[in-house]
Design a protein around this ligand. Structure first.
Ligand SMILES: *Cc1c(COP(=O)(O)O)cnc(C)c1O
Length: 331
């Protein structure tokens, strides 16, 4: 897929190279059938368990692909990012393994379990700003002063190539897949999955699912331009945050590649979390459960074999316990 202005592209070859590069650091995650969802949808439904990755989310794929391509000089300077939590954790974890200093900026609304996990890696952990965009402004200033290498959480070609490796594994393990249903926020994962689906398995369509509360990418796709929306409290905290006013790649790529979108409510997300816990014994965070929420609510209706990306596990346990109490009668 070629970008109109820069002619910079990410190809399936790049994604295959990323897969080779990151393999020693990540899991080829299991793809498991969901009997309940297959019966409900009357097509085979599989779950791609990115929640089992080290650091508890798929973000380790992109972060590791980027870190492994830094120059020796860049490695010495150290890296910085702003994150809603999972990208920061993945970057901090792999940076520590590679001996690269890392600084992570998080907004004050980042769930405490995500902040603590990042602190434990030894990364410089800065909790500042009332939302993602404010944390980002602070990070830009800090990066300039300390001459660090900025590693964005989605709008970067090496990040996109890393996230696309999810789709290589899906088509390897379930070649008959006709629909990939995934959580959509900044669009790094959607871009990577879209490039693989479009070029390697053209009959497959891809569905991006976001929360109803401030779904910036979905609204931007509808408007045909990058929008900013005020952040709202949501169970899908990993999907919060804007596209960046200087978005270069992911908005364009999602415009070209995402076939359908859907939005799910807080109640639908909560029920999907409890469903995955009770039916599949999986601990899944809100962001990781939106695809299943879309199937359970009938907002996404696949007409052939479908794979749902379960993107992360990092839910604050008291939240999980509250939801289990609230919805456990349902499944
Ligand atoms: C970051 C994240 C997403 C969204 O990925 P994008 O590349 O920003 O669209 C989905 N689920 C989880 C758990 C995440 O951490």
């Amino acid at each position: 897929m070629t970008h109109p202005d820069t002619r910079i592209s990410v190809t399936v070859d790049d994604i295959q190279a990323a897969s080779q590069r990151i393999n020693p650091y990540i899991l080829h995650t299991p793809l498991i059938p969901s009997r309940f969802l297959s019966e409900k949808c009357a097509v085979p439904v599989f779950l791609k368990l990115e929640c089992l990755q080290p650091t508890g989310s798929f973000k380790i794929r992109g972060a590791t692909n980027r870190l492994l391509q830094l120059s020796p000089e860049e490695k010495q300077r150290g890296v910085i990012t702003v994150s809603s939590g999972n990208h920061g954790r993945a970057l901090a974890y792999t940076a520590a393994r590679l001996g690269i200093p890392a600084t992570i900026f998080l907004s004050v609304h980042t769930p405490i379990n995500k902040v603590e996990a990042i602190r434990k890696t030894g990364a410089v952990t800065m909790v500042t700003g009332d939302c993602y965009d404010e944390a980002e402004a602070a990070a830009v200033e800090y990066e300039r002063i300390h001459n660090l290498v900025h590693i964005p959480s989605f709008d970067n070609l090496q990040i996109i190539a890393g996230q696309g490796t999810i789709a290589l594994e899906i088509f390897e393990d379930a070649p008959a897949t006709r629909h990939i249903i995934f959580p959509l926020s900044g669009g790094g994962m959607g871009s990577g999955i879209g490039i693989v689906a479009r070029n390697q398995n053209p009959p497959a369509s891809i569905w991006g699912v976001s929360m109803e509360r401030a779904p910036v990418m979905v609204r931007s796709l509808e408007a045909g331009k990058v929008l900013t929306l005020p952040e709202e409290e949501t169970l899908a905290d990993g999907l919060k945050g804007g596209l960046g006013i200087t978005n270069q790649y992911t908005f364009f790529l999602c415009q070209q590649l995402v076939d359908h979108t859907a939005l799910v409510s807080e109640e639908e997300i909560g029920k999907a979390i409890v469903f995955l816990y009770k039916e599949h014994h999986l601990i899944v965070e809100g962001s990781g459960a939106v695809g299943v929420a879309a199937l359970l609510s009938g907002k996404v209706v696949p007409d052939g074999p479908a794979t749902v990306v379960i993107s992360g596990s990092n839910i604050d346990l008291p939240v999980l316990m509250r939801l289990v109490k609230e919805y456990s009668g349902l499944f």
